[in-house]
Structure formats: structure tokens, C-alpha cells
Design a protein around this ligand. Structure first.
Ligand SMILES: NC(=O)C1=CN([C@@H]2O[C@H](COP(=O)(O)OP(=O)(O)OC[C@H]3O[C@@H](n4cnc5c(N)ncnc54)[C@H](OP(=O)(O)O)[C@@H]3O)[C@@H](O)[C@H]2O)C=CC1
Ligand SMILES: O=C1CO[C@H](CO)[C@@H](O)[C@@H]1O
Length: 385
């Protein structure tokens, strides 16, 4: 029996579109009791939100998120607005008893993330943070291999997240998408925007991070601000590199930049353990590379003339999520990661087993982001409480 969940989506931008697409698709590809109703969307620009509602089939729209939250025909608030608004919207939604889905990074800083997590847990509402890369089937398969103990004792975790879209000096700060260059709206630069994804994946695959030592750089020191037309100091990190220690004794390196010419959304990780390794690259998203040294079922250790890295094409029915899509060998793409995430969320409502990552998990990632920025500022290792 279908259990309708009436959604109120805030934001019509990049993520407003991926989420709208996911709400439309999820019930068609996954067998879920809780199914979304596209009840209302919301943003400040009335002409744009009206067009958006018409295009995606949202039944109504609002221009003030507070009004959306007050409506008693809304069960779930989905936040796809810039980072500086997540805190107020999430807390108001939780206090109104709505389920809350929030885009990453959870907040501007740890203090905000703690308040949001407290409000969500006090209200006892279902929640999830959109770290969608966990739902790339190849990354989910990496997690399965870790859980099956195919990697063994971990030694190294290595992550990169590289882009190149801010290299030109005349890219302004502020405005649509470019709010990412304005620290007052974004909170930080690549640390919150890109490394938050890498950190979420790392914690999921390799456990908690206990300390970090970081360096950041801002290559272009001043940019025109769209609101004032004035050249203003750039206060975000354009690039960030950090070393990490994990609670399991392994070591990590993380690198992120928006100045890596030619790299558009280069999100990679490698985990090396005593018994095996995995490597993933989002520019080759169907593939998980796996090196098997020891087989956990047979106990057999192999290093002979045919041993080597294998490229697993993650498109078979046996692979995570893939039995919900097409036939083996037919690929899925970026947008499916959001549909897969929503399916997990609704299945969590069906079964009563909450979906991860929730606000508390995202708070752990936020703590690491803050420790990274603190370490870069103080030029010393920072422990994570
Ligand atoms: N999971 C992932 O992989 C990704 C996550 N993100 C995250 O998603 C969030 C949004 O990013 P993105 O979609 O790229 O941003 P965009 O700039 O594309 O869109 C932002 C939207 O928010 C609306 N908005 C801004 N302020 C308010 C407000 N006060 N009230 C209501 N609506 C508001 C804007 O409309 P208007 O100005 O008319 O109000 C616009 O529709 C960020 O937190 C970002 O980090 C982004 C990309 C990928
Ligand atoms: O995954 C992502 C892709 O890049 C965007 C920036 O350009 C990020 O905001 C986002 O989280």
C-alpha cells in the first residue's frame, strides 16, 4: 500500500533539478511503500520558481521558505539552497515536525552542525544528508568489499577531488553558483564544497579520522563581488591538502583544488590493505579497480604471473543498485546517484531502519572540515574530538 510523503523542496538550481528528477523516478524503479508527492517548491525569485514548478510538475510554489514549513500539507523539507541557509531552514523544519533532507556540507561550521543535529534528534524526525557519491554503485561495491574483509588491515587511504572552473581572475564571487567563492555564503572553499565528499566517503569506507595536518592556498586574492561590483578579498580556500590519521591506525592523504587545469569533477580514492586494494575515479564511474592478494573465504594468498589489478565493470544485477535499472552492461549516470539515495531513504521509512548518512554522520564530516581549516591556520596537527 502506498504511503504518500508530501515534499517541499527549497531551491531550483543544480541540486533542485537533480532532486526533482529523483523524486519523479524513484517510485518507478524501486519498490517502495513510501512514495513522494511533489507538493511544493520554493525560492526567492518568483518567475524562476514558477517556471521550475511547471517544468518538473511541482503542484504549487512558495517564495518564502518559512511559509513552506508552516504548511500542514508538507511532510518533508528538502534543502538545496546555499550553505549559509541550511542551519535556519533545517532547525525550523525539524521544530515543525517535518522530515528533513539537507544538501552537503551540512553547515557553515561545527557549531551550526551541532545545533542542527540536536534539533533533528530532539524532534525525532527522519533525516538524511545528500552525500550522493556513496550511491555510485562502484563506491558502494568498494564498501561491500571492505565489509567482506577483502582489504584486510588498512594501511593507506588516498583521496583527490579536483576541478578547474575558478582559474580565471575575472570569475566574480557571489551570485548563482559563484556563491561558492564567497566565504560568507559557502563557509569555506574546496574544504566544505569538495573535500566534504571525500571525507564522508573516507569515514564510511575506513572509519573515523582522529587527527589532521593541513595546508590551504588562495591563489587569487581579490575578486569582484557581484552584489557590490567592488573588488573584495577572497576568503575561501582555493586548494587544500591534508594528512590524516584514522582510528584504525591507517594514514591518509587528501588533496583538493579548483585550479587543476583539465580536471572537471575528478573524485578519486584508493584504499590499500594487507590483503587487497580498491581504487575509484569518478571520471571512469562504472569501474571499480580491485587488487586481490588474499581471499577471505578460501584463505588463499595469491601473487603469481597472472596476479594484477582487475577492472570490475559495475553494471551487473549482482552489483549494488543495478538490479533496479537496465540490463547488465548498460550503464547508469550521475543523476541515478540521487535516485538511489532517495530509494534508500524511503526504504528506511518502510523498514524503520534509518538511512545513512544522517545529520549525526554529517556532523562528523563537518568536524573534520573544521579541524582541517584550523590546522591550516595554526600550521599544526589538530586532534578531532
Ligand atoms: N551532493 C552534491 O553532489 C552537490 C551538492 N551541492 C550542494 O547543494 C546546495 C545548493 O547548491 P546548488 O544547487 O549548486 O546551488 P544553486 O546556486 O544552483 O541554487 C541555489 C538555489 O537556492 C535558492 N535560494 C537561495 N537562497 C534562498 C533562500 N534564502 N530561500 C529560498 N531559496 C533560496 C536559489 O534561488 P533564489 O536565488 O531565487 O532564491 C536557487 O534556486 C549547496 O549546499 C551545495 O553545496 C551542490 C552541488 C552538488
Ligand atoms: O559534487 C559536487 C560537484 O561539484 C560541485 C561544485 O562545482 C560541488 O558543489 C558538488 O558537491
Amino acid at each position: 500500500m502506498s504511503k504518500p510523503v508530501r515534499v517541499g523542496l527549497i531551491g531550483y538550481g543544480f541540486m533542485g533539478r537533480t532532486h526533482s528528477n529523483a523524486y519523479r523516478q524513484v517510485g518507478k524503479f524501486f519498490d517502495i511503500e513510501h512514495t513522494p508527492v511533489l507538493q511544493a517548491c520554493c525560492a526567492r525569485s518568483e518567475d524562476k520558481i514558477k517556471d521550475f514548478a511547471d517544468n518538473w510538475g511541482w503542484e504549487s510554489y512558495e517564495t518564502d521558505w518559512r511559509k513552506l514549513i508552516e504548511r500542514d500539507d508538507i511532510d518533508l523539507i528538502d534543502i538545496t539552497t546555499p550553505n549559509n541557509s541550511h542551519h535556519d531552514i533545517a532547525i525550523a523544519a525539524a521544530e515543525a515536525g517535518k522530515m528533513v533532507l539537507c544538501e552537503k556540507p551540512l553547515a557553515m561550521n561545527t557549531a551550526e552542525a551541532v545545533a542542527m543535529t540536536d534539533a533533528i534528534e530532539k524532534a525525532g524526525v527522519a533525516n538524511m544528508v545528500w552525500f550522493n557519491y556513496r550511491r555510485v554503485p562502484a563506491i558502494t561495491l568498494a564498501k561491500q568489499l571492505v565489509d567482506e574483509k577483502r582489504i584486510g588491515r588498512p594501511f593507506h587511504y588516498r583521496a583527490q577531488y579536483l576541478q578547474d572552473w575558478t582559474i580565471a581572475e575575472d570569475v566574480p564571487q557571489g551570485g548563482a553558483t559563484l556563491w561558492r567563492l564567497d566565504a560568507k555564503v559557502a563557509g569555506s572553499g574546496v574544504t566544505g564544497d569538495l573535500l566534504a565528499h571525500s571525507i564522508d566517503s573516507a569515514i564510511w569506507l575506513n572509519g573515523p579520522i582522529t587527527s589532521v595536518s593541513a595546508a590551504t592556498e588562495t591563489f587569487i586574492k581579490e575578486r569582484v563581488h557581484q552584489e557590490t561590483g567592488e573588488k573584495t578579498k577572497v576568503e575561501i580556500d582555493d586548494a587544500c591538502m591534508f594528512l590524516a590519521r584514522f582510528a584504525n591506525g591507517s594514514m591518509g592523504t587528501f588533496e583538493s583544488s579548483r585550479y587543476a587545469r583539465g580536471r572537471k569533477n575528478f573524485n578519486t580514492f584508493e584504499l590499500n590493505g594487507e590483503d587487497g586494494s580498491v581504487f575509484f575515479d569518478l571520471e571512469d564511474p562504472q569501474i571499480l579497480q580491485y587488487f586481490e592478494y588474499a581471499n577471505p573465504t578460501t584463505g588463499k594468498k595469491v601473487e603469481d604471473h597472472i596476479t594484477g589489478w582487475r577492472r570490475i565493470h559495475v553494471t551487473n544485477f549482482e552489483h549494488p543498485y543495478m538490479d533496479h535499472w537496465w540490463v547488465p552492461g548498460c550503464t547508469i549516470g550521475y543523476e541515478h546517484t540521487f535516485t538511489n539515495a532517495l530509494a534508500d531513504f524511503f526504504q528506511g521509512l518502510d523498514t524503520g531502519k534509518p538511512t545513512q548518512p544522517d545529520f549525526r554522520a554529517a556532523l562528523e564530516t563537518q568536524k573534520v572540515c573544521d579541524a582541517v581549516l584550523q590546522s591550516a591556520k595554526d600550521k599544526q596537527w589538530v586532534e578531532i574530538a
